[in-house]
Design a protein around this ligand. Structure first.
Ligand code: FMN
Length: 415
């Protein structure tokens, strides 16, 4: 693959490229060439399993440096300490399920895993494995643990795998890996000084002590915005409904269950906020009364639940707004733009992110999303299918433009 940006973006940077025993190990050869073409010096470290797939000689010739494969090959120096000490970032691509487990648990039984414990620089992993392995609860837990510690995990892509199945497990594209390395090496601080209040996830409205009304929101979009704002220097409070996502580090988390609790938590912190992003899927209606005991089916031919409107948090915020920027989400299944425009106006929002949740590969539960951003001034920006994290960054850039009054052309398409 050709370098995806102009040459020299990694000039002066030293990277450690860790290669583990995945069938995708050959792709690390091209990745190494791209890192080199961008000006980086690269130390390649291979696990014993990786050397079964690609000979160290290939990496040695292309990197121009001795490849490190053995923890106990110590006649020169203690490589597990000196290599990471001099590195600006460690990138492990491809990363096996075995390697993720060792990294998550702090096991150090070979040179690559031992280096991780010695390293103090950003750590980026790009897993690659069979679809069933990627979905295995143990792997999921290890990935969550790594993410919660600030490791940048680049999700594998969906597509045909070596096993013949079509599933998520293919090593991420080279451009996404390079993008992640650049982001890790050049942290942005354009949101420093901003107080960002974000809501995420679903709410649960109790019917009785064991049942509730909820929705399909996973919380991934709101969490991605919280992480993006944190990484760009903002102070972030994330008010979250029940989700199974790992809690992002460096973000204040407020856990709530019901729409009423979410409204209270958000309203309390509203005066502190400079920007509010309501990405939560808050219930529109909740049961008027909660049964004190579990409702029994015995003796009933039907059951009628009386619902009443849940607190309209956006309307509440709109009424209290001083100089906060207020951003809402419209998850729609039809007439996307018309519904979003109505919500933008009726709720007095500065910006709305409209997404069609019926679109394949996007919306609830997915790692990707596609959206149209509409602003109060009538600007419209279409963001094609992209990761929720990338969409979060695009959204923050739009909010910043709104704040600073910088207005690129009024209809833009990206992605
Ligand atoms: C042909 C073949 C392909 C493999 N591909 C993968 C893979 O893509 N991802 C993975 O996690 N493990 C894969 N494995 C299993 C790993 O090689 C094995 O778990 C090994 O112990 C990993 O060691 P390492 O993490 O130290 O490199 C593969 C094994 C074989 C034989």
């Amino acid at each position: 693959m050709e370098p995806h940006r102009s040459p020299g973006l990694l000039q002066g940077k030293r990277l450690v490229l860790g290669v583990t025993g995945s069938i995708a190990a050959y792709k690390a050869v091209s990745l190494l060439r791209t890192f080199k073409a961008q000006g980086a010096a690269v130390s390649v470290v291979m696990t014993a399993a990786a050397t079964k797939f690609v000979a160290p000689l290939t990496f040695e010739v292309l990197s121009g440096e001795r490849v490190v494969t053995d923890l106990f090959h110590t006649h020169e120096e203690m490589k597990h300490l000196t290599v990471p000490e001099n590195a600006h970032a460690i990138v492990v691509a491809p990363a096996t399920a075995n390697f993720l487990a060792k990294a998550a648990l702090g096991l150090a039984d070979d040179v690559l895993s031992t280096m991780l414990l010695a390293a103090r620089c950003p750590f980026i992993v790009a897993p690659a494995m069979d679809g069933g392995m990627w979905r295995h609860p143990t792997v999921v837990e290890h990935v969550d643990l790594l993410r919660s510690r600030g490791v940048r995990v680049i999700d594998p892509e969906e597509g045909p795998l070596a096993s013949g199945q079509v599933a998520q497990g293919r090593l991420a594209t080279e451009s996404s890996i390079v993008e992640a390395v650049l982001a890790a090496l050049t942290p942005r601080s354009d949101w420093q000084g901003q107080n960002v209040l974000i809501s995420a996830g679903p709410t649960q409205e109790a019917i009785d002590p064991v049942r509730f009304i909820s929705n399909r929101s996973s919380g991934k979009m709101g969490y991605a915005i919280a992480e993006a704002a944190r990484d760009r220097g903002a102070n972030v409070v994330l008010v979250t409904g029940p989700t199974s996502l790992p809690r992002p580090s460096g973000v204040e988390i407020v856990s709530v269950t019901t729409a009423k609790e979410m409204a209270e938590a958000i309203c309390r912190r509203f005066p502190w906020a400079t920007v509010v992003v309501m990405a939560a899927a808050v219930a529109d209606f909740c049961p008027k009364e909660q049964a004190p005991h579990k409702l029994k089916k015995h003796g009933r031919s039907s059951l009628v639940l009386e619902l009443e409107p849940a607190p309209d948090i956006l309307a509440m915020l709109s009424a209290r707004k001083t100089n906060q920027i207020l951003v809402g989400f419209a998850a729609e299944t039809e007439r996307l733009l018309a519904h979003a425009e109505t919500k933008l106006k009726e709720k007095g929002l500065d910006m709305i992110v409209a997404n069609d949740v019926t679109r394949a590969g996007a919306g609830f539960g997915s790692d990707n999303n596609a959206a149209v951003i509409l602003t109060r001034e009538g600007r419209q920006r279409e963001l094609g299918l992209m990761s929720k994290r990338k969409l979060a960054d695009e959204l923050l850039t739009e909010v910043k433009n709104l704040r600073t009054g910088c207005h690129p052309p009024s209809v833009i398409s990206v992605g």
